[in-house]
Design a protein around this ligand. Structure first.
Ligand SMILES: [Zn+2]
Length: 97
């Protein structure tokens, strides 16, 4: 038997706060339907049939990460430039847009 730290706090009839090792998430829903934000910041929609154990979870929103943005590099010195920088902070060259 594995012991995992997980706790659910009910708020009202439909809302719930889940505390787990990975963080705190919140969810709102009714039996068979749930929308929740996980500790990873992703919003999931779960639809299922209560009592059957059949559930379908779908990620409907993910947190925006800087990783997904294309990186800009200075054409003069090759070093990384900020997304909104107009001039290279390393060498001062004008950055292409
Ligand atoms: Zn540069």
């Amino acid at each position: 038997m594995s012991l995992r730290f997980r706790k659910s706090i009910r708020i009202g009839k439909l809302a719930r706060i889940n505390i787990s090792k990975s963080g705190i998430g919140a969810s709102v829903g009714a039996p068979g339907f749930r929308i929740g934000m996980g500790a990873d910041g992703k919003v999931r929609r779960t639809v299922g049939i209560p009592g059957t154990g059949v559930y379908h979870t779908e990620v409907i929103a993910s947190p925006k990460k800087d990783k997904t943005k294309p990186r800009r590099t200075c054409q003069a010195c090759g070093r990384q430039a900020g997304q909104k920088d107009r001039f290279c902070r390393h060498c001062g060259a004008r950055l292409a847009t």
